[in-house]
Design a protein around this ligand. Structure first.
Ligand code: AMP
Length: 345
């Protein structure tokens, strides 16, 4: 992991800052949010996507740095331009393990991304946060529907559901590094949070406050419209490839649990890797008994926030407030108070 002290030295050399992001995932929202707070932006872009990002006047970056592919982040040029890189799903995916070594200030804590990337670490993190989680099974323990996740699978692609040890062994080899989870039956809800070192909204944590910004339900093909396939006689196995997101609100009586879960994740993060700053998401399934199971944490902005947030951000910040705006506000505030080092690594 690149040394925090070196990132702090880079930050000390900044007399202003810009927000930079890879042109993908939630970049339009991030640039739009920065613009609304008067912060200049840099889009790291490939030729293929430039026209798209040029085509939204209120969300296009002020400047492009063109690259051949997103696995190579032009760190020297970005640092020269006093940039802070905003991590999103595509940055995590394209840079892989090398994200830990990037010699540029990243908003939040890159330590949290290490926990996001490893399923074993993630389950430890969720357990330490006091979340209710699905049972993790060995192949011989499969006693009902179980979802089998392959290493590194992103966006649900390639997951399989099996119902018995025999079915598992017919599809996977002993050497496959899969994680088998009990399949939780219920409705999914992806809760978007923002942890602020100095916010005035939300629940108190051991080092700040955690706000609820919104919720969504991922739309997954073909799981989400499987009734259509079945009704026309197409008996195709369920799959979970994310294709988009829909806004969601939950019963108000469930909100205290969601707030407690958000606080739990922040407090355990402090113990495990020094804390989480900025946006994160807890991916949950609510059962018919209204038990909330968490099956994943995303330790950065999630694409579900691209929907203009649900009423929760309105109740916290007023009309039309996005996570992109919240990121810009937090960075601006920290910069003005010379506290950028507290919320970037
Ligand atoms: P993930 O890659 O963990 O975000 O999972 C992708 C999708 O698989 C989720 O959005 C859910 O639809 C589904 N899924 C993951 N874990 C479970 C689980 N334990 N029970 C039921 N569905 C799950």
């Amino acid at each position: 992991m690149f040394a925090k002290e070196k990132i702090d030295q880079v930050l000390e050399s900044y007399d202003d800052f810009r927000i930079a992001a890879i042109c993908s995932h939630s970049a339009l929202q991030i640039f739009n949010g920065a613009k609304q707070h008067g912060i200049k932006t840099i889009g790291i872009c490939t030729e293929r996507f430039r026209e798209l990002y040029e085509s939204f006047p209120y969300a296009k970056p002020d400047e492009f740095i063109m690259v051949d592919d997103y696995s190579r982040i032009p760190v020297d040029e970005l640092v020269e331009k006093q940039s802070i890189l905003i991590p999103h799903g595509s940055l995590v995916e394209y840079t892989g393990d090398s994200i830990e070594e990037l010699a540029i200030p990243i908003f939040g804590n890159r330590g949290s991304l290490v926990y996001e990337k490893s399923r074993t670490k993630m389950f430890k993190w969720m357990e330490d946060s006091g979340l209710r989680i699905p049972r993790i099974l060995k192949p011989d323990e499969i006693d009902g529907p179980a979802i089998v996740k392959l290493p590194g699978a992103k966006g649900g692609r390639g997951y399989l559901v099996v119902n018995s040890p025999e079915e598992y062994y017919s599809k996977f080899k002993e050497s496959d590094k899969t994680m088998i989870q009990e399949f939780i039956v219920g409705v999914r809800a992806y809760a978007h949070y923002f942890h602020s070192f100095d916010g005035n909204a939300g629940y108190k944590t051991s080092y700040g406050k955690v706000e609820l910004m919104g919720m969504d339900r991922r739309m997954e093909t073909n799981a989400d419209e499987i009734a259509r396939q079945l009704s026309v006689g197409a008996n195709i196995p369920i799959s979970f490839t994310v294709m988009g997101n829909q806004a969601l609100v939950v019963r108000e009586s469930l909100l205290p649990q969601y707030m407690e879960m958000g606080r739990g994740v922040c407090d355990s993060s402090k113990e495990l890797f020094g804390g989480i700053h900025g946006p994160f998401c807890i991916e949950t399934i609510i059962t018919e008994d209204l038990d909330i199971y968490a099956f994943e944490i995303s330790a950065r902005i999630v694409a579900g926030t691209n929907i203009l947030e649900t009423p929760y951000s309105l109740f916290t910040h007023g009309k039309d407030y996005t996570t992109g705006m919240r990121i810009a506000e937090e960075l601006k505030d920290a910069f003005n108070r010379k506290k950028l080092a507290e919320i970037t690594y």
